[in-house]
Design a protein around this ligand. Sequence first.
Ligand code: TPP
Ligand code: DXP
Ligand code: MG
Length: 624
Amino acid sequence: MTELSEAVAGVQPTAPEGAHLTTLRGPHDVRALPTGRLAALAQDIRTFLIEKVCASGGHLGPNLGVVELTIALHRVFDSPRDAILFDTGHQAYVHKILTGRAADFDRLRQAGGLSGYPSHAESVHDWSENSHASASLSYADGLAKANELRGYRDRSVVAVIGDGAMTGGMAWEALNNIGASERPVVVVLNDNGRSYAPTTGALTNQLHALRQSGARTAVSDQASANLFTQTGFTYLGPVDGHDTEALQAVLEQARILRRPVLVHAVTVKGWGFGPAEGDEADCLHAVGTVDAVTGRPAPTSGPPAVSWTSLFGQALLELAAERENLVAITASMLRPTGLYPMAVRYPERVFDVGIAEQHAVTSAAGLAMGGFHPVVALYSTFLTRAADQVLMDVALHRLPVTFVLDRAGITGPDGASHHGMWDASLLGIVPGLRLAVPRDGGQLRSLLREATAHEGPTALRFPKGTAEQGLEAVRRAGSVDVLSESGIRDVLLVSYGPMAHRCLQAATQLTEKGIGATVADPRWAIPVAPELLDMTARHRMVITVEDNSRTGGLGSTLAQTLRDNAITTPVHNLGLPRAFLTHGPREQLLADAGLSAEQIAYAVLRARAGKPLQPTATTAGSPQ
Ligand SMILES: Cc1ncc(C[n+]2csc(CCOP(=O)(O)OP(=O)(O)O)c2C)c(N)n1
Ligand SMILES: CC(=O)[C@@H](O)[C@H](O)COP(=O)(O)O
Ligand SMILES: [Mg+2]
C-alpha cells in the first residue's frame, strides 16, 4: 500500500489493494493531490485495473494506456463544466475511477452493474454513451457551439480520440468544422499506433513521422505544417502519454490558448502489464475473465467451444481457395470478424480500411464493379454507420457484395450501442438484397457459399459467441427447412437463425399441452420464400421468432408479405423491443424480451386466448 492511501483516504495501510481509490470522490480530489503523489496514483490505478478487469472481463489494453493521460486531464480541466469526451468510450475506466466509481468495478459490464462505456445515468462527468468510434469530435464541435451561444467563454471542450478512431470519416468532418472556428476545443489524440491491430492508412504514417520529429510541447516551437495545422489546429506534441507532469503542462497550454488545439499524446496500449504490451494480436484490447498475471483465459475442460466467428473464417478461407474473385474487407477488425485466416493465406485479397465502415462498403462496391465479389465483414451494430452506402452504392447498382454480420442480435456485456438488433430491419428495406440467417455452423457454410455465388447483394447474420450445435431438418421445402412438424397444424413457429433451438423446445412444450406445432427455418429470410407462404396458409396461426428488433424486423416483413398475398392466417411477431437494451448476459436479455423457450410457448397460449403476447411486468412468467 502506498503512502497515497493515508494521504488521500486515511484508510489503514492494511486496506486491500486499490481500496483508497474508492475514496476518490471526484476530480477535485485528483486536483488536490500534490505532484509527488501522481506516480503512486497512476501505479495504484494500474494495479486496480489489472485486478478488476482480469476478474470481470472488459477493455484492459486501452485503459492501461490512458492512466496518466486521464489523471492529467482531470487535473487541468474542470469536469463537468469542461466537458471531457472519450471517443468510443471503451477507454473511460480511469475516468470512472477518478469520478467516484472505483467501488463499482466488481460488477463491471454485469447486469445492473457499471457500464463498460460512459453513462450519463452513472455520472454528470459522462457525456457520449455511444461506443461507435469517430463521433467524439462532432459532439465536441456541438458542445463548443452551445457554450459559445450561452456565453460560457471560460469553458473548454475536450475530446480524447484514439489513432484508430481518427481513421473514421466523421472525425475528419468534425476537424474540418472545428478547425475553421476559434472555439476552445482541445482534441487529445491518443496515439498508441493500434486499433486492435496496428492502425492502417496514410494517417498512421503521418503520425509516425510526427512521433519521430521529436517532442514539441510549446506553441513557440510549433511543428512544421502537418495534417492538423493545415486544418486550422494548433498542434502540441508529440508528448509522452505516460508522463503525467509533461501531459499536465501541455494540456494547460492547450487550455489557455482558447482555440482549437490538437495535443498529440504518444502512449503504449496495455502499458504496465507485460501480457498486454506484448500481445501482438490486439494488446488485450477486450478480454473475458483472464489470469491477472499471464493475461490468459483459464484452461477449460472438454472440447473447445467453436465460435460463429471462427466457423465463418474457416468457411471463407475454403471458398477463397476455390474462387479467385473472392476478396474481403474489414473496418479495423481483422481478427474479431474472423478474416485473419484469409489474410494470412491471401494477404493481397484482404483489405483493412481502418475504422471506416462507410468507405469499406463503397470500396467494396468499387471492387465489385471491377469484377470481384467482396465480402464485407462487420459487427451488426456498425452496419448502421454505412446504411446509405449499402442502399445507394451497392444495392442500387445490384452489385455482388456479401455482408457478413457478426454479433447480430443481443451481444451482452457491451450494452445498448453494441447489440446487433437493427440490421435485419435496415436490410429489409433494401431492394434486391437477400438476407440469410444460419441456424448453425453447417447452415453458415452452405449459406455463405450460396451468398458469395449470387450475382447481387446478399447478407448473412449470426450472433456473438459459441455456435449452436447442428440441427437437421426433417424435410426441406424450397429454401425452407422444416425442423419439426405435427399432424395438427395449430401453430407455425417461424424461427430465424439460432432461434430454432428454443423454438423446438417450445414446440415440445406445446405438444405436451395437445397443441400441434410446426417449426420452420426460412434460411433465406429475405425475400420471403413462396414455400413459407404456403406453409402459413395451411396453419391456424403463425408466430415468428427473431433476435432482432420486432420493428420492421423479419417477422414484420413476413406479415407484410402475407398481407400482400391475401393470406389471412393470423401472424404474431416475437422479437426485441423498440428500445435501447442495457448490458447483461445474452440469455437474460433475451428472456427479458420474452424470447426464452418457455416464453415462446407461453406466447402461443396467449395468442390462442386472444391476449397480448410479449411479457409485461404483470404477465411475464411460465405457460399456464
Ligand atoms: C464504428 C466502429 N467500428 C468499429 C468499432 C470497434 N472498435 C472498438 S475499439 C476499436 C479500436 C479503437 O482504436 P483506437 O481508437 O486507436 O483506440 P485504442 O483502443 O487504441 O485506445 C474498434 C475498431 C467501433 N467501436 N466503432
Ligand atoms: C469497443 C468495441 O467496439 C469493441 O472493442 C467491442 O467491445 C468488442 O466486442 P466483442 O468482445 O464482442 O468482440
Ligand atoms: Mg489506438
